[in-house]
Design a protein around this ligand. Structure first.
Ligand SMILES: Cc1ncc(COP(=O)(O)O)c(C=O)c1O
Length: 394
């Protein structure tokens, strides 16, 4: 009989020659557990998904309750499904007034696709402005606004009329004109190795969009749901986008995403043509039930309150002559090293020693730290010891 590893390599499509190959038997709280019972402290959270940790009891209970009622019943936007409407209501209650209409998707990339379509339809313009080093997903539209040519070149032609500007570069804002449908920006650039926009820059960007009528799309797929020390990262900057993208941490471990805007804007998806965005599984009732339970838990248990202190603990412990810089906000951090070989060797050693860290798509000199928000101070201390030992060894 073939092992699971052999079956994985044989029967599931491979997207690189060096997958991590960690077999997961169970996941609980901040830990993954392999078939031999070895525990791994998860400092990646399945890539900023498990903000509440793995299998949070309240999320599991909400999923079980929904399993007893119904699973998929119809395509998005037709029947009234309590988990969907209650989750949308809860999201609206924590978002500004202009972000009051929620379109539920399956994933982050689909949220990006929906937002680009909405901006084009609402403004009747086609130009999209994105940023160098941006990541918004891997489908054709999302790939078109990715700020890294390496991942795009094999898949051209992509969407036309896309321009790229540099983050925090004020003169570049001149490229936003009355021809621009939308500017799409990660609230904090994640795959770029965690790059934070300046507040003054964001205010100027917001002004420029207001002046030209371009819609400002904020991608909070990685930064949302408490990761940066606020429920949504835009709260750190004092500006509000026209369209908000969510996914990843949204479902408490279940697949779901959303693009959110005003009712007035969203209504353009209704006419000419009708059904401006169609999805079969978007807003799946089990995912919505899990998402609602997850958001309620983040708020009721005040999990965001401890995030900044945990960031400071990481920063105070991760001191080493080989660490050039720690970047980031809250529990979305990057450790800047020298080169990719070192990043790869250190991450591998950390995983062997029971601490999961990883790297970034568009920054090969940095390591990713994005643990569940529920990580304890003791767990941070023991994780940092493992990381520092691994850095010393390489
Ligand atoms: C900022 C950002 N946007 C969009 C996406 C795409 O989300 P998904 O993988 O759910 O399609 C990601 C995924 O890593 C992301 O980090």
């Amino acid at each position: 009989m073939l092992s699971h590893k052999q079956l994985f390599l044989l029967n599931t499509a491979q997207t690189s020659d060096f997958p991590r190959l960690l077999e997961v038997e169970k996941a609980e709280g901040c830990y993954l557990i392999d078939p031999l019972g070895k525990k791994y402290l998860d400092l990646v959270s399945g890539f900023a998904v498990s903000n509440l940790g793995h299998r949070h009891p309240k999320v599991i209970q909400a999923i079980k309750n929904q399993l007893d009622k119904y699973l998929h019943v119809t395509v998005y936007g037709e029947y009234i499904q309590a988990p969907q409407v209650l989750f949308a209501e809860k999201l609206n209650s924590v978002l500004p007034e202009n972000l009051s209409s929620v379109y539920f998707t399956n994933s982050g990339a689909e949220a990006t696709e929906g937002a680009l379509k909405l901006a084009k339809k609402y403004t009747n313009r086609s130009q999209i402005i994105s940023f160098h080093h941006a990541y918004h997903g891997s489908t054709h539209g999302a790939l078109s606004v990715m700020g890294n040519e390496y991942y795009k070149q094999a898949y051209r032609p992509l969407l036309p009329d896309i321009q790229f500007i540099h983050l925090n570069d004020l003169p570049d804002l001149e490229q936003i004109t009355s021809e621009t449908a939308a500017v799409i920006l990660e609230a904090i650039q994640g795959e770029a190795g965690v790059r934070i926009p300046d507040i003054a820059y964001l205010k100027a960007l917001r002004n420029k969009c207001d002046k030209t009528g371009a819609l400002l799309i904020f991608d909070e797929i990685q930064t949302g749901f408490g990761r940066t020390g606020k429920l949504f990262a835009f709260e750190n900057f004092g500006i509000v986008p026209d369209i908000l993208l969510l996914a990843k941490g949204m479902g408490g471990g279940m697949p779901i995403g959303a693009f959110i805007s005003s009712k007035e804007k969203m209504d353009v998806l209704k006419d000419n043509p009708i059904l401006g965005h169609i999805t079969t599984f978007g807003g799946h009732p089990v995912s919505c039930a899990a998402g609602l339970a997850s958001l309620e838990t983040i708020l009721d248990e005040n999990l965001i309150a401890g995030v900044e202190e945990k960031e400071q603990l990481f920063r105070s412990l991760l001191k080493h002559p080989k660490i050039k810089e720690i970047r980031g906000k809250g529990l979305m951090l990057s450790i800047q090293l020298d080169n990719f070989a070192q990043v790869e060797a250190v991450s591998k050693t950390c995983v062997e020693n029971g601490v999961i860290i990883d790297w970034f798509l568009h920054c090969d000199t940095a390591m990713r730290i994005a643990p569940p928000l529920i990580i304890t101070h003791d767990e941070i201390k023991s994780a940092c010891e493992v990381i520092l030992d691994a850095i010393s060894a390489h």
